[in-house]
Structures are given as C-alpha cells and as structure tokens.
Ligand binder design. Structure first.
Ligand code: M6R
Length: 610
C-alpha cells in the first residue's frame, strides 16, 4: 500500500505534493519522492525514509525544483528493499518519463525481461520501473493512449500517475483495483490515492473507476475507458473533516483495516496462484530435492501471529505430512529445541521486529536450520536475518490490534502448506486445485461478509456488559477461537478465554453458569458434529451461546442464541472468514464501552523488548 499525489495548476507543485504526501504517510513510510515538470525537463527528488527526510533533501537545494505540474509518492515496499534507488518516481533510460505506482504488477518479471531484451536498462528492484520503460518504448504517441496500452499489458491491481517531458502541462493517471481519486479545483486539478491528501485544496472529488484513464490539465480533466471511450465522472462533495478523512471516513483505523481485508488478501495472493491452480512461492528458492530433504517444521511467533502459526501447523501437516511444532517465541530458545539443517523454522510477525521472535530466528539459524520469515514489513530485522522471506502485503497496519495482517498470514500459511505439498509431491492435483480455487475466492467472500458488518456489530452490542467469555473451537477453528479471545481482551478489556471445545469437560466447564457467554466457532469440518456436542454441554449449563456457523447449518442454528453466518469453504480455508465476525464483535464491544480501539491501554504495536 503506497500513497500517490499529483498536481497541475499554477501553485508551486513541490509544496502541494509534499503536503499531500505528509497526509498520506499512513499509507507507507519507508521512502518518498516527487517529480516536477520544469523548463529543463523532469526534476526528480527521492529518498529512503519518511516525508521529513524528503523535505531535508529538497531543502538541500540540489533537490528543489520549480514548476507547477508534478507527481509524488510515499512508499510501502512490496518489491525491493526500502532504499533510495527503489523510491518512486521511477524513470526510463532517457529520464524523460516519471511514474508513481501503488499496487502490484503481477507479470512484471515477464515485462522486465522483454524490455531488457529490447535494450532497456533497469536501475531499481521494483516492479514499477517497467512502467516507465513501457512509456518510453511507445515514443511520441499521445500519453493517454500510452497509458491505456500499459494498463492492458500490466496484470494485477494498480494505480499509476505518469508525466512525460514532452507534455509539460499534463499528468495522466489510471487505476485498476487500487484506489485513486481526482480533486477538482479552479484552474487546477489534483490526483491522490486517498482524499486527505487533497482535502485542503478542494472538496469536489471525482471517483476514478476500474480500468479508467484520466488526463489532468489545469483547464480540466478527461476520463476514458481502455477503449478510449469517454467516461462521465461521478463527482462528490466531501463533508468529512481531515482527521476522519485520514481514516477513510471510518471512526478508527482498526475498523478501516477490517474493511481493507479484501484488498489486503488480493495483494497477498497476487502472482502466487497461476491459472492452472499451481502455487508459486519463488521467494523460498527451494528445489524439489531441497524441499523433500526437510524433515521437520517449527513455527515461532507471538500474539496474533502465533495464532496464524497454529493454522500453519494444521495446513502444513495435513498437506505435506511433515511434522510441525509450534512455539511461543519467548519460550522457544530456552527449551533447547532439536533443530538441524533439515529443519525449516518459520518466524511469523506482522512487524518483523518483535524481539522474542527475532531472537528465536537468530537462535534457529545458529543451529543450522533453514529460516523463513513471514512479515508485513519489507527489510525488517527478521527479513534481513532469514534465509527466505514470505511477505504478507497488507499495507501498514496502524491499529494496535492486528486484523488485516492476521488474515493475510492465514492465507500465506495456506499457500505455504499447498506449495510444500505440491513441490514434495505429497498432494494430488485435484486437491491443490480445489484448495487454490477456495483460497482465491476468499477476497470476495470477505467482501460479501463485510456487507453484513453492521448487523454483526448490532448483535455484538447486546453483549456489551458481558464479563466472562469462552471462545471455543476444534481443529482449524481453535486458532480462531484463540484469536477472538485475544481481540476481546486487548481492545475491550473483557476476560476471555480461547479453548479447544473438546477440552472443556476436563476442567473449565466448572466455570460455565448463567451469564457466561460462549462463542462457538463451528464452521463446516470433519469435527462439526463433535463441536456441536460440546456446545450442547455448555448450553445445558445455562451459558448463552453465540455461534459462528457456515451458511445453511440448520443443526447449529437450532441451538444458538445468536449467529454470525460465514460462507462455505473447505475446513482449512474457512478460518479466514470465521475470524471476521469475531474482529467485529470485539470492535463493537470496545466502542460500546467507550474505549480507544486503536490504542488500547498497556499495549504497543511492536514489542521490541524481551
Ligand atoms: O509484529 P508481531 O506480529 O510479531 O507482533 C506480535 C504480537 O505482539 C501481536 O500480534 C499482538 O498480539 C497484537 N496486538 C495482536 O492484536
């Protein structure tokens, strides 16, 4: 997730762009840059670091350019480390084109190879740079037509802004999937990936549709589809204040991030399942022989990432028949685990900086294990320590409670399980195809589920004074029960316990009485009937029963006091949708209690102490 801004008008573009980028810094903050159209061509200033670092470079004079047309970018790395050479804008060989981009170009390797074969020279590790060379390759053709052509060739979700030295008064932009809006002013127009960037200049916003191309001049804008047909812009007057605009109009970052889950999932899946339903994780750099040599897997993580790690255990064991151990990172290295060069150790972490997990990975590496980091932050400490990195591509997560990074960790572990099963020859094609299709369906399923978010939150508010909650699940639903309980504890300060449903009768059932709320995660699985029996046991002891059920589950419906429905999915895929009602449940209770969901007491987003 990155931020884009663009400007055409009569003001100094440099300050309009830098102010806009500062408003978008929550979208990404590992590097930033601007391109200004000047009398001597395009002036590009960019640097690793935050917008403040960009301002220092601009103030150092070599970085300052006069001009009233330009584009800018704040980056959240997906391809290539967060260093200056990978900061946007990116340019072509002759430095007559500059491009900013948000999203992922799934076929960029193929496009880059083609361009290199045609004599283009690349200077960055990004997917974005192909776009600048593609513009260059098309010579003097009208820029709108060039961008339409690029949008047809580049696969994946993306939003772009392009300037060319031969069109000094023009910015051309386009989008597919990734957000992009146009701000309409008097003799000036603006481009941004999010409204806050331009709200201080205009409240008249034109929404850009998928596969639309926009040309911006100071005199006006024109939108076309990919065939070049004119598109009538939908213009809205924005009434939000700046602060709520930064949260995309949502009350809190956590809620915004819950609603970003379909996009985060799409980005995380991009390029990892092909049209023949084969799984691709080239980052692992494993030959089939090396993959077959692995004889044990450990997963180490903390908090929410640990719950995603539990899911990895189920998926990898089921699909590869490799034994998987899961450890809380702070326990791992102190128990002297048995590791060697045939062990794969997966460290899971949103931040890539959690001290316990980092130390566990360093320990595993010292024992000769093959260390894989799964993180959301490119070039984080864990990414640097590991032998291989699998990135979730959820964009920056600001709310302390992990939401969108959790679902992305889940799908990444599903992909890893399938990939290892595929490369080791442990899985038949039909199973891989069924699972790959089911994983691919998840972003849309989550989108549909979120359409009912208000109903789920209204139901949750009935329980706002609840004091004791048990979250119960079996099999792959157990990690989801743990995660539901953690969310409720951390943002609503309610005593909540996640427990394997079948284990209740060995002790905790003594706590069940009238007034206790039990939340049963009972989506379709081979353990469904057993889970329902466990639910009967708590119901018989007067607990109130809220259940997360697969649509159409009549047996579950009969016993539940309240229900959150989730769509059909195979047992090991379903946890991704099952967690969403639980995120909304915790969120609604926290809000109903008047708490700060984004900054819960005593908690930090990243824990860098042991
Ligand atoms: O950055 P990490 O994923 O390594 O962080 C681990 C935990 O600190 C984190 O998941 C924590 O439990 C969250 N607050 C959960 O919402």
């Amino acid at each position: 997730m990155c931020g884009i801004v663009g400007y055409v008008g009569s003001k100094p573009a440099q300050s309009v762009l830098v102010n806009g980028l500062a408003r978008l810094e929550y979208r990404g903050y590992d590097s930033a840059g601007i391109a200004i159209m000047g009398d001597d061509g395009i002036g590009v200033t960019r640097t690793a670091g935050r917008i403040a670092d960009l301002v220092s470079v601009i103030n150092s004079e070599q970085g300052s350019y006069a001009g009233s047309v330009g584009i800018g970018h704040t980056r959240w790395a997906t391809h290539g480390a967060p260093v200056t050479k990978n900061a946007h804008p990116h340019q072509d060989c002759s430095a007559t084109v500059a491009v900013v981009h948000n999203g992922i170009i799934e076929n960029y390797i193929q496009l880059r190879d083609e361009l290199i074969a045609q004599g283009h020279t690349f200077t960055s590790d990004t997917d974005t740079e192909v776009l600048a060379h593609m513009v260059e390759r098309m010579g003097d053709q009208p820029l709108e037509l060039v961008v339409r052509n690029i949008m047809e060739k580049a696969e994946g979700a993306l939003a772009i802004g392009v300037v060319r030295a031969s069109d000094p008064e023009l910015v051309v932009a386009a989008r597919r999937g990734s957000p992009l809006v146009i701000g309409l002013g008097e003799d000036e127009n603006f481009l941004a990936s999010d409204i806050p960037a331009i709200l201080e200049h205009t409240r008249r916003i034109a929404i850009v549709g998928d596969d639309n191309v926009v040309s911006l001049r100071s005199s006006g804008i024109a939108i076309t589809d990919l065939a070049g047909n004119p598109v009538e812009p939908i213009v809205r007057e924005i009434e939000w204040d700046l602060e709520s605009a930064e949260r995309g109009g949502y009350d809190d970052f956590m809620l915004k991030e819950i609603f970003e889950q379909p996009t985060a999932l799409r980005d995380t899946l991009a390029g990892r399942i092909d049209e023949h339903h084969r799984i691709h994780l080239p980052e692992l750099d494993l030959t089939a022989r090396e993959a077959r040599a692995i004889d044990k897997v450990f997963v180490v993580a903390c908090g929410t990432s640990y719950h995603a790690g539990l899911m990895a255990k189920y998926a990898i064991e089921r699909w590869t028949r490799l034994p998987v151990e899961i450890d809380i990172a702070s326990e791992f290295r102190y128990r002297d685990p048995v590791l060697d060069d045939r062990t794969m150790v997966i460290g899971m972490s949103q931040s890539g900086e959690t001290a316990d997990t980092l130390a566990a990975l360093e320990y595993a590496q010292a024992q000769g294990a093959y260390v894989v980091a799964t993180t959301n932050v490119v070039d984080s400490s864990m990414a640097r320590v590991a032998d291989a990195v699998l990135y979730t591509r959820a964009g920056p997560e600001i709310g302390v409670a992990s939401t969108k990074t959790f679902v992305c960790q889940l799908v990444l572990m599903q992909l890893l399980g399938l990939y290892l099963g595929q490369i080791r020859g442990a899985l038949d094609g039909a199973t891989i195809e069924l699972m790959a299709k089911s994983v691919r369906a998840l972003p849309e399923q989550v989108e549909q589920l979120l359409e009912h978010a208000d109903d789920i939150m209204a139901m949750a508010r009935k329980y706002k004074d609840v004091k004791d909650v048990f979250f119960l699940g079996r099999g792959a639903s157990f990690p989801i029960a743990l995660e539901g309980a953690l969310k409720l504890k951390e943002i609503a300060y309610v005593r909540a316990e996640g427990y394997p449903a079948g284990e209740m009768k060995h002790g905790p059932i003594a706590l069940i009485e009238k007034g206790v709320l039990v939340i049963g995660v009972a989506t379709s699985s081979h353990l469904h009937a057993k889970t329902l029996s466990n639910m009967e046991e708590v119901k018989a002891r007067s607990a109130t029963l809220l259940m997360v059920l697969t649509e159409g589950d009549i047996d579950g419906q009969r016993m539940a006091d309240d229900i959150a429905w989730v769509p059909h999915a195979p047992e090991l895929i379903a946890p991704v949708t099952a967690v969403i009602p639980l995120q909304l449940f915790a969120y609604a209770i926290s809000k109903a209690r008047g708490l700060d969901v984004d900054k819960p007491r005593n908690l930090a987003k990243t824990v860098t102490v042991e």
